[in-house]
Design a protein around this ligand. Structure first.
Ligand SMILES: Cc1ncc(COP(=O)(O)O)c(C=O)c1O
Length: 423
């Protein structure tokens, strides 16, 4: 019996469903990890994979980035948690503000979920309104009123939402179609506090907006007196140092950041216009708090990661985008030659293949893909030494640590794996 199989049957006896987050599971059992370095991850059976899951986008700089590890090691010697302010928190806030002109004040938290939940609460308090509008297939975290028509694991397991949610909470979440401004206009009213959007959808497969769509979302929201929340949990520091806002040349009222912000450590932030952010306690009436918010370990990792991402700059982001484009067009060519119905989307350092001929521009078209075929593809990729998120409703990521050889290996693995799903 394989080590991962044994570890999974043991885990099932003490961990609910054997994994600590649903999309980590795949059939017949997930591989258990021994260690990881750079662009590669090694399982408990000694198999090494090129890692294109990149911790669901968090590892823009790859595993065990040297600068991040050394900053954290230095901080470990000074303490792990104080729950009293440190100058490093201010340094981090100043660094983020340099990258995101729309963020004049911010608050640190631990997860993307906390950041979007707090951003929504703030928008409700600022506008004095109750409703929010999200987009079909958009994922903003695992809490009641965000789990309406959600992507990610909710989509993967075919759930409409989640059982146990407070109906009174979900009733105030309205849903519009991505890339469809008329559906947003139809959802808007003077009761809407905020429109929350993933500026590139990365939880329903990969779905890109047009710049014009993002501009019109902002215009429509503002014309109804609502705020715009850009959930840049995935896109922040990944599409550019300044995230999707820099990439598309737009500005949100409130922005949420997580994943790549931490260089592999748990940290998140939300921030925006000073007049909005000043509503937060203790200066204002909106309560946001967490014991681990701004903890020195994550803050030191984040400062090191941002400094490095700024140093690498536009040249590195363009190189990553070209590489993702190269993988995407290779997958496109191979699938075309094999007569496999498919669509491939890519943007910045992200890509995803869908098994349907229809262009994928929203959640409805993403769902037309043969997701069973995608699961088989992901399994065959693993057999060929490449790890991608095992769900159609996630995306594959690149990191700066992937080498030319890794990318060559990935392209050959897609070729072989596509050969295995052609029938
Ligand atoms: C766009 C987006 N928002 C929010 C979240 C929630 O972040 P976390 O898992 O850190 O709570 C995710 C997680 O994948 C995400 O992709």
């Amino acid at each position: 019996m394989k080590n991962s199989a044994r570890l999974y049957s043991r885990a099932k006896k003490s961990i609910a469903s054997g994994v600590n987050s649903p999309v980590r599971y795949f059939e017949p059992y997930p591989f258990f990890v021994k260690n990881a370095r750079g662009g590669r991850i090694t399982d408990a059976d000694g198999r090494t994979y090129i890692d294109h899951c990149c911790a669901y986008g968090a590892l823009l700089l790859g595993h065990r980035n040297r600068a991040v590890v050394s900053a954290v090691s230095a901080q470990l010697k000074r303490g792990t948690l104080y729950c009293a302010p440190t100058p490093q928190e201010t340094e981090l806030a100043e660094l983020v503000a340099k990258c995101y002109p729309s963020i004049r004040r911010l608050r640190l938290l631990n997860t993307g979920m906390e950041a979007t939940m707090s951003a929504i609460r703030l928008a409700r308090a600022y506008t004095g309104r109750q409703k929010i509008v999200k987009f079909d297939g958009g994922y903003h975290g695992a809490y009641d009123y965000a789990l309406v028509s959600a992507g990610s694991g909710v989509a993967h397991y075919g759930l409409a939402d989640t059982q146990g949610a407070l109906r009174a909470a979900t009733r105030n979440t309205l849903v519009a179609r991505y890339n469809d401004i008329a559906s947003l206009e139809a959802a808007m009213s003077d009761d809407v506090a905020a429109v929350i959007i993933e500026p590139v959808m990365a939880n329903a497969g990969l779905i890109t907006p047009t710049r014009e769509f993002l501009r019109r979302v902002i215009r429509v929201a503002h014309s109804h007196g609502a705020l715009v929340i850009f959930d840049e949990t995935v896109t922040g520091f990944r599409m550019a140092v300044g995230g999707a806002q820099e990439y598309y040349g737009v500005r949100a009222d409130i922005t949420t950041l997580a994943k790549a912000l931490g260089g592999g450590f748990g940290i998140a932030a939300f921030g925006g216009r000073a007049d909005i952010m000043e509503k937060i306690s203790p200066g204002g009436p909106v309560y946001v708090a967490s014991t681990f918010a701004g903890n020195p370990i994550s803050v030191s990792a984040s400062i090191a990661a941002i400094r490095q991402m700024r140093r690498l700059g536009a040249k590195t982001y363009s190189r990553l985008e070209r590489t993702a484009g190269r993988i995407a067009s290779h997958v496109d060519d191979v699938a075309h030659d094999m007569h496999i119905p498919h669509t491939v989307n890519s943007a910045a350092s992200m890509f995803q293949v869908f098994f349907s001929n229809v262009p994928v521009t929203d959640y409805a078209t993403a769902r037309l893909s043969d997701s069973g075929k995608f699961k088989r593809l992901a399994a065959l990729l693993r057999d060929n030494g490449v790890f991608v998120p095992p769900s159609q409703f996630e995306v594959a990521f690149l990191s700066t640590a992937h080498t030319g050889q890794d990318i060559q290996h990935t392209m050959s693995a897609y070729e072989r794996a596509l050969g295995g799903v052609r029938h």
